[in-house]
Ligand binder design. Structure first.
Ligand code: ACO
Length: 311
């Protein structure tokens, strides 16, 4: 039985009116949003690490500037998202503590290593490409601050996707055989993990039904995964590369690409913290906080000194 408040809340959602921070909302709606937005924010922040690994080794000054701008954008996305999360009453420091002691989730994709320069292209193309497919519908998610944050995030992600694809096109069209092989190697490693970004298949996605009813999610995990695949395969062909999936084929009747079975064991291992780089990523975040402690302490001391002077 729904309470009158709950009924009103659901009617608002059905009418496509955004829920705002001061509106009444069920506890479970608030909790689900804090869970999803905090995981999303952590993903943006941890996602800076695999790319940061190549900043000092970018092949030209122009590539270095593009990569640096893109990584800074990701930091900005993380900060918007933490702010959106705070409008729900969540505490930023507490949520970040959960990331640092391994209690919080973030996207599985960032637990894979970046082994060659082509990975900077592949991450922009596939990883940010998948992020866009997931985030475009989130511009219409039912919670106002989250929806609005996604508008700018999506614009920036489109630039990221293009700069990544352009790195790969240059390597494929103007590169040496070794550079072309690097691109294929990179695609081979990131192809399946990118498909895993959309989460478990619909029948194994415990949060989907309720999140769809609340219009937090507007499409299921499998729907978005299919949309991503359909738009990505023609781009793969234009590059002149292949996917590491012998079952990938176009179905004339449905108008969709079909693909092989995702290794769900690998996915759940990575989500549980046992991927190739999980420990390294969390450790890098933790040491960034520890090593920056003196800057925060100095800023607080300086502010106190100025206050004393003013008094
Ligand atoms: N990596 C890590 N964990 C995942 C992933 C993934 N790729 N996919 C699903 N999970 C987790 C979910 O967070 C959930 O965990 P929890 O219940 O302990 O919180 C569990 O697996 C079950 O999955 P679902 O029931 O399908 O969870 P949900 O409805 O939250 O859907 C999804 C997952 C699609 C990722 C959703 O949370 C979402 O759209 N999030 C916003 C987008 C986002 O986080 N993007 C980050 C990567 S893109 C980028 O940052 C560049």
């Amino acid at each position: 039985e729904m309470s009158p408040e709950e009924r009103q809340f659901q009617e608002r959602i059905n009418d496509e009116i955004k829920i705002e921070p001061k509106n009444w909302m069920p506890d479970a709606y608030r909790k689900t949003l804090i869970r999803q937005i905090s995981q999303h924010a952590h993903s943006e922040i941890v996602g800076m690490l695999p790319e940061g690994n190549w900043l000092t080794r970018a092949p030209t000054l122009k590539r270095k500037l593009q990569l640096m701008a893109k990584i800074q954008d990701e930091a900005g996305h993380g900060l918007y998202l933490y702010s959106a999360m705070e409008t729900l009453g969540a505490d930023r420091d507490e949520e970040i503590d959960k990331l640092h002691d391994g209690r919080a989730k973030y996207s599985s994709i960032f637990n894979y290593p970046t082994l060659n320069w082509a990975d900077m292209g592949t991450i922009g193309w596939l990883v940010d490409g998948a992020a866009i497919v997931n985030q475009v519908p989130l511009q219409r998610t039912s919670y106002g601050p989250y929806a609005r944050a996604m508008v700018r995030v999506c614009k920036e992600e489109s630039f990221h996707q293009r700069q990544g694809y352009q790195i790969l096109l240059t390597m494929m069209q103007e590169g040496t055989d070794d550079q072309k092989a690097m691109v294929q190697d990179s695609i081979n490693r990131f192809w399946w993990p990118s498909l895993m970004m959309f989460g478990p298949s619909d029948e194994n996605s415990p949060n989907s039904a309720q999140s769809m009813a609340w219009k937090i999610k507007r499409h299921s995990n499998d729907e978005l995964r299919q949309r991503f695949l359909d738009q990505t395969v023609p781009q793969l062909e234009l590059l002149g590369c292949t996917a590491p999936d012998p079952d990938l084929k176009y179905n004339q009747e449905t108008g969709h690409y079909e693909f092989g079975e995702i290794d769900w064991q690998e996915f759940f291992d990575v989500v549980k913290g046992n991927g190739p780089c999980n420990r390294e990523r969390v450790e890098a975040r933790r040491s960034a906080i520890d090593n920056g402690a003196w800057v925060r302490e100095a800023a607080v001391a300086y502010a106190a000194k100025r206050q004393r002077k003013a008094a």
